[in-house]
Write a new protein. Structure first.
Length: 111
């Protein structure tokens, strides 16, 4: 079993927090992702979740992202996904969530 620190690392750049989950996001750890997203949104105006090191995300993980997006919109904050792995990108596209979330690629500027 992994600790929350193993699941999600983060870095802060000015008024932006970048969360970086690792491995798979499923029912066993999506509550931790949700908690980290909402905590970060309470601290800063810009939160990005970097999915470059995530192999898989299930519906409970997607629900955590949607909740983060809704919270951000309701509180006039910015929430985006960064560099989804090919598998995560295909899951987002299949659910048409690539049209809902702002998705930044590895070369996108964040300012």
């Amino acid at each position: 079993m992994h600790s929350e620190q193993d699941l999600i690392s983060f870095q802060r750049q000015d008024n932006c927090i970048i969360l970086q989950p690792h491995g798979e996001i499923d029912l066993s750890n999506s509550p931790a992702l949700r908690k980290h997203i909402l905590n970060a949104l309470n601290m800063v105006d810009d939160v990005q979740v970097d999915f470059s090191d995530v192999d898989y995300i299930d519906s409970s993980g997607i629900a955590a992202l949607v909740e983060g997006l809704q919270f951000a919109q309701e509180n006039n904050k910015h929430f985006a996904l960064r560099t989804p792995s090919p598998r995560v990108r295909s899951i987002l596209e299949l659910a048409r969530l690539d049209k809902v979330f702002t998705i930044l690629d590895a070369h996108a500027r964040t300012d």
